[in-house]
Design a protein around this ligand. Structure first.
Ligand SMILES: NC(=O)c1ccc[n+]([C@@H]2O[C@H](COP(=O)([O-])OP(=O)(O)OC[C@H]3O[C@@H](n4cnc5c(N)ncnc54)[C@H](O)[C@@H]3O)[C@@H](O)[C@H]2O)c1
Ligand SMILES: [Mg+2]
Length: 336
């Protein structure tokens, strides 16, 4: 049975007037190009270079996400001799409590080193940034990257082949020839931490970083329910049958394209725990004890042996919903 616990923070906060007014303001900016253009003048911007976000090293040696004022970016463009019209390529990704609009902009057409010097930062691959930024910043930066990528990949109408035109917020693109409106897309993906009641099952694909194991995941097929995808994926990938599933939470995942990860816990039938890998997707899968999982959760970074390989298995970084499912499972195994 799929149970959906109503414990989202949104449900607790949606009656706050500041939350409602923020959402209404953002809605207006998506619908009204002129209002959005005005908001851009006094907004803030996250910069990307060919979809790699700009990060700044702090005095403590950690990394943060520099949130630049639009005016500062305008000045930087000026110093590089570039037209500030480039700012109009920004996409709206949110707003502060005081209604300062937040945008993301890819400046991949400009010289990277010069930009990094002027911005006092470094453009870094998003996969690396996952390990360096705090989770709330990862969430911000993935949202911007996903929307920018969608625009870069959807410039043409698939019916007419004509260039499409975006609105100022970047929340849609329209083909003036066919009249088709395109909206940013995400693929629904299930991710399930399978347990036999005492152990949990993790697996790895050969494309994963060395030593990393994760929960089972898979794209929803057309026409499937979440429950059906969960059962099919577990059967396909490890040859097991789920007895029950429980919804845990969801997450937007930007790699390799935008997905909506639907995170669940699954229980297999007792006595039916024999793993049977099929196809080429998984390189290895096995059951892990609570102690093994607790040790892996303690490792902040993959530990290395003398040959540079992983000395022990490790799990995805704390931002990933796989990690959150594993943490949740481990905490539920402990005696009260
Ligand atoms: N956030 C997390 O914690 C986390 C953890 C694990 C996996 N993931 C993500 O989940 C996604 C799916 O996992 P998977 O690779 O095991 O899926 P999967 O088991 O469905 O296998 C991928 C294959 O499915 C096919 N496929 C069907 N629909 C597709 C679509 N819309 N887009 C791309 N391929 C499609 C392709 O042949 C592809 O090779 C991956 O993108 C991965 O990055 C996220
Ligand atoms: Mg899979």
């Amino acid at each position: 049975m799929l149970r959906l616990p109503f414990r989202s923070h949104l449900l607790r906060t949606c009656h706050y007037s500041s939350y409602v007014s923020k959402m209404r303001y953002l809605m207006r900016l998506k619908e009204d190009d002129e209002a959005c253009q005005k908001a851009l003048q006094s907004g803030t911007i996250l910069l990307y270079h060919k979809l790699a976000p700009l990060l700044r090293r702090t005095e403590m040696g950690t990394y943060e996400l520099p949130v630049l004022q639009v005016l500062d970016v305008s000045e930087i463009l000026n110093k590089l001799g570039k037209d500030k019209q480039l700012l109009n390529n920004s996409v709206l990704t949110g707003c502060s409590d005081s209604h300062v609009a937040q945008f993301s902009l890819d400046v991949g057409s400009l010289e990277q080193a010069a930009l990094e010097e002027l911005c006092v930062g470094v453009f870094m691959d998003l996969r690396k940034a996952f390990f360096l930024l705090k989770n709330s910043d990862v969430s911000l930066v993935t949202r911007g990257q996903a929307l920018l990528r969608w625009h870069q990949n959807h410039r043409y109408c698939s019916a007419t082949g004509q260039l499409t035109e975006r609105n100022q917020a970047g929340s849609q693109r329209v083909c003036n020839s066919s009249g088709i409106t395109y909206y940013p897309q995400m693929a629904p993906v299930v991710i399930v931490l399978v347990s036999d009641g005492k152990r949990c099952l993790l697996a790895r694909q050969s494309s994963f970083p060395q030593g990393m194991y994760s929960a089972l995941a898979g794209f929803c097929d057309m026409g499937e329910t979440v429950q059906e995808t969960l059962q099919r994926e577990v059967a396909e990938e490890v040859g097991l049958e789920l007895e029950s599933v429980r919804y845990s939470g969801s997450q937007h995942w930007p790699l390799p394209q935008s997905s909506l990860m639907i995170g669940c816990h699954g229980l297999v039938r007792p006595g039916s725990t024999q793993i049977n890998l099929s196809g080429s997707e998984l390189e290895h899968a096995r059951w892990f004890t609570l102690q093994e999982i607790q040790e892996a959760l303690q490792r902040k970074r993959p530990s290395r042996n003398s040959k540079g390989g992983p000395s022990a298995f490790w799990v995805p970084p704390s931002y990933a919903i796989a990690n959150q499912l594993i943490q949740e499972w481990a905490s539920q195994q402990l005696p009260l």
